[in-house]
Design a protein around this ligand. Structure first.
Ligand SMILES: Nc1ncnc2c1ncn2[C@@H]1O[C@H](COP(=O)(O)OP(=O)(O)O)[C@@H](O)[C@H]1O
Ligand SMILES: [Mg+2]
Length: 181
């Protein structure tokens, strides 16, 4: 069963080097929808909608550790809500990157991140200056966990952002070979 691991539990596991991947084949669209369902209430408080770029999303089967990818999607979704603007949108799209990879992209139209912060963004405990509007507190661990998990899969994570416009986090993931999507 899938469960949500809080930041500190997960970081404890990472620190003892216990990041055994349990590789499975699953539909990432379904997993994203589950994460959206879990955070719908939190998003609604800021009138933020969590959506896919298309109304009808076909299943996209991938090969990865489902529980850990859920953690990645959770951390990115929670950030997009926390640092999103009222009445904003968090939108997910899945790009057919190559024969064996998808790119999962999470875009928000929130407060954005200064490019100067990019080099440190994925560091443990790093948080962008508290002087920014609407700081809701946090551990600064979310993105370091995301990076650890993606790197444990030998995949890549990217960030693009413009201050005051929004942010886009994306990561690569292996396609399932056996299940056609
Ligand atoms: N979607 C986003 N929009 C704007 N800023 C973000 C976004 N995601 C992360 N950040 C910035 O990156 C910092 C690090 O994120 P994270 O590691 O999740 O820590 P936390 O959310 O606990 O502060 C955050 O403090 C925030 O300033
Ligand atoms: Mg966070």
């Amino acid at each position: 069963m899938i469960y949500i691991v809080n930041d500190l539990d997960m970081i404890t596991k990472l620190e003892v080097g216990d990041l055994n991947l349990n590789i499975e084949e699953f539909d990432i669209v379904d997993l994203i929808q589950n994460v959206f369902d879990l955070f719908e209430m939190k998003a609604a408080k800021k009138d933020i909608s969590l959506t896919f770029d298309k109304a009808e999303m076909e299943p996209h089967y991938v090969k990865a550790d489902q529980e850990k990818i859920q953690q990645v999607l959770t951390n990115l979704t929670v950030n997009s809500i926390k640092y999103g603007r009222d009445k904003g949108t968090t939108e997910v799209s899945i790009v057919d990157l190559s024969e064996n990879k998808y790119l999962v992209r999470l875009t928000d139209n929130g407060i954005g991140i200064n490019n100067e912060d990019f080099p440190r963004l994925f560091e443990r405990f790093y948080r962008v200056s508290k002087s920014r509007s609407r700081d809701e507190g946090g551990s600064g661990l979310g993105l370091s966990i995301v990076k650890h998990i993606i790197e444990a899969h030998n995949e890549k994570i990217y960030v693009e952002s413009e201050l005051g416009v929004g942010s886009e986090f994306s990561f690569t993931i292996e396609k399932s070979e056996t299940i056609n999507s």
